[in-house]
Design a protein around this ligand. Structure first.
Ligand code: AMP
Ligand code: MG
Length: 411
């Protein structure tokens, strides 16, 4: 697929993502970690089970283990011993014999069936049952959950708590993962100051750097923070070069529009290669993407909500691919809008909403207020994007809309 610079008109989010995907590559280096320290890291190898699970035939119930044919022939069995989890009955089970068995305990050699104790009548070491079970009843067989040598975790999987449980239960305590992605970041703008500083007239507090850093932290990136850089070509050039020499990816916010102080595009064209896109989504039209000599570059818009949304919906997938993660397609599901939603045809809207079950089994969604791209407040109580199609106009109460639940970095 070719990438056209300065493409007239607007580019769809899918085309932008596909082009990014073609132009980024996964880091080469990997490291071996204790599994306990690998939560959220991306597997750099396939993992196969070295054991069967269960590794021996065992009982699924507290009850009695015996040979089914014996109970059919004899009706009563002689109780000859016990098998507890960790303390098996080690003798071969003779004809007409049974053993008391607990959940998880090994099946004695010769036994093929378990009957739970609620269906057993035990008197003077003689045991009978209220009915005859099927052969193999309540027996968990070797390898029935996981076969030895079968694939249990795939390269590219971001390790979750359950993966760590699964792999540990297979005796695995080390995992080879991709190294962390190094991401350099800064905000641009003469008007910006850091939170915590005394307020100065005609300035604004930088919300983008802390927000994007928080998202990068959740994505397990190693962050190289260059702070706020003024709208000064020389300083921007210097910082971009420093950032490029240290990072796999450089992310900036602001300075990618067409204003007189928007220098990012020009400097990037000089130092590397830049694709400047107007993405057909709201919020978030301008997005710059490109390459510096050593790194990949994302120039996010300055408006806080636009920066946040374009990072989350577009740049994050590129970073995941660089970090070795299998990128999943976002799940979009229908919900009923419980109010009116304002929408102009022309771009896909990613409005912020709150979805919930209305108590009658219906998934409904409501807006979380003003959708302007200047403030984060619409995110505060939201749990999903309301994705309104490009050509759609206003939405009336009761209409079905598509929603995209927030991913793990946003919650
Ligand atoms: P720009 O793309 O630099 O023209 O910025 C677009 C708008 O976003 C302007 O109103 C900027 O003041 C504002 N803006 C830019 N960067 C930030 C930031 N880091 N935090 C908050 N607002 C910003
Ligand atoms: Mg600016």
């Amino acid at each position: 697929m070719s990438v056209s610079c300065n493409q007239p008109g607007l580019m769809s989010i899918d085309v932008a993502k596909a082009q990014i995907s073609q132009l980024v590559s996964t880091v080469m280096e990997t490291e071996q970690l204790q599994l306990q320290k690998a939560l959220g890291r991306v597997l750099a190898e396939d993992i196969h089970s070295t054991i069967n699970v269960p590794s021996y035939n065992n009982s699924a119930m507290d009850g009695y283990a015996f040979r089914l044919q014996d109970i059919i022939d004899l009706h009563k069995l002689a109780l000859v011993g016990k098998s507890f989890a960790g303390s098996p009955y080690l003798k071969h089970l003779g004809k007409g014999e049974c053993v008391r068995i607990m959940t998880g305990a090994a099946m004695p050699d010769g036994a093929d069936t378990v009957m739970m104790q609620e269906n057993a009548i035990a008197e003077n070491d003689q045991v009978s049952f209220t009915d005859i079970p099927k052969k193999g009843n309540d027996v968990r067989l070797v390898g029935e959950n996981i076969r030895k040598n079968s694939l249990v975790a795939t390269k590219g999987k971001k390790l979750t708590a359950s993966d760590i449980g699964l792999l540990s239960s297979l005796g695995c305590d080390l995992a080879r993962v991709y190294r962390k992605l190094k991401v350099a970041i800064f905000s641009t703008g003469d008007e910006l100051m850091h939170a915590g500083e005394d307020y100065q007239a005609h300035k604004i507090y930088d919300g983008n750097l802390p927000a994007i850093k928080a998202l990068l932290t959740k994505m397990q990136c190693e962050i190289i923070d260059f702070g706020i850089v003024p709208d000064d070509k020389q300083q921007l050039r210097n910082i971009l070069q420093q950032a490029d020499s240290q990072a796999d990816c450089v992310i900036t916010s602001g300075g990618v529009s067409v204003g007189e102080a928007d220098f990012i595009k020009e400097i990037l064209a000089e130092l590397g290669q830049i694709y400047f896109w107007k993405i057909a989504i709201k919020p978030g039209k301008p997005l710059a993407f490109g390459r510096l000599p050593n790194s990949v570059f994302f120039g996010l818009p300055g408006n806080p909500v636009s920066a946040f949304v374009t990072f989350n919906l577009i740049a994050a997938d590129g970073l995941k691919q660089m970090a070795g993660e299998q990128v999943e397609i976002n799940l979009v599901i229908p919900a009923i809008s419980i109010g009116q939603l304002k929408k102009h045809p022309g771009r896909v809207d990613y409005q912020r909403g709150r979805c919930y079950n209305n108590g009658s089994g219906q998934l409904v969604v409501e807006t979380t207020g003003a959708q302007g791209s200047g403030v984060f407040s619409s995110f505060a109580s939201s749990n999903c994007y309301i994705v309104l199609e490009k050509d759609r106009g206003n939405v009336q109460q009761g209409e079905t809309v598509q929603i995209q639940l927030f991913d793990a970095t946003l919650t």
